[in-house]
Ligand binder design. Structure first.
Ligand code: FE2
Ligand code: FE2
Length: 257
């Protein structure tokens, strides 16, 4: 049975939470959701910072610096929302000590700590900017928490730009490096990108949807991402890897080379 959303978009703000007009569980679920959003933005910023040091193609550096500045701004915007709830950046990150080691954080963690060179940069953009754009426009733009809606509007405009950067770069790279190298990178990164949406049907997402903090289940949004991705990759003459069905998604046996 579909979950019934109890709170309409942009109807709650920090003063409602402080006055106790909303059930206490709301603040707890909201804090965790914002903490995950903030950490993903922060790790993405670290990834772009790392790319400045590892990507040799100087013609990309201007765009990398621009994206880095914007990702830092996105992280700051969301950590500020947490501050309003009385949660410091350190306390917010601590809420995710276990989650940030799991499959849903593998893409941002890899970008921040291990990605290296131009192809990894483009794969990270596909795994974080394209996914972020879909996630934020479907879920957070309609959040019942008005400050998160407003932050989502600001972030979306810039994420749309990052997505264009990533896709244009991918088209260029497919010509320059050849499809085989890009297809092999896709086999490494696409499972990470899809897992970034998180597990299907979790109790946490159920609560998010009930409280109007998200609109759709993670799996539904992940499938939408895969559909759009496949269309784009086919246009570039690239191959979308086949994945296993259950979370965490991995390469299906027939996609492994
Ligand atoms: Fe961002
Ligand atoms: Fe981005």
């Amino acid at each position: 049975m579909p979950i019934r959303r109890q709170l309409a978009p942009a109807t709650i703000d920090a003063s409602h939470l402080k006055s106790g007009a909303i059930e206490p569980g709301y603040t707890k679920v909201l804090a965790r959701l914002l903490a995950a959003h903030a950490l993903a933005e922060k790790l993405t910023a670290s990834g772009y910072e790392r790319a400045l040091a590892t990507v040799e193609n100087q013609s990309l550096h201007h765009a990398i610096s621009k994206n880095l500045a914007e990702e830092r701004k996105h992280a700051l915007l969301i950590y500020r929302l947490l501050e309003e709830l009385g949660i410091s950046e350190m306390a917010a990150d601590r809420l995710l000590l276990t989650a940030c080691k799991g499959p849903s954080f593998e893409a941002p963690q890899f970008f921040a700590t291990r990605a290296s060179g131009e192809i990894d940069l483009l794969m990270a953009s596909l795994s974080l900017d394209m996914t972020g754009l879909i996630m934020i426009s479907i879920n957070y733009r309609e959040s019942s928490y008005a400050p998160h809606c407003r932050a989502a509007e600001i972030i979306l405009e810039e994420e749309a730009d990052h997505d264009v950067f990533g896709m244009a770069g991918l088209a260029e790279a497919a010509k320059r490096f050849g499809p085989d190298r890009i297809n092999s990178a896709l086999r490494e990164w696409v499972p990470r990108a899809v897992n970034f949406f998180g597990p299907p049907d979790s109790g946490f997402t159920y609560e998010c949807i009930r409280l109007g903090l998200k609109s759709r289940d993670n799996q539904e949004v992940a499938e939408l991402f895969l559909e759009v991705l496949e269309r784009r990759l086919t246009q570039l003459g690239l191959v979308t890897p086949q994945l296993t069905d259950s979370y965490p998604r991995a390469l299906a046996a027939r996609s492994v080379n």
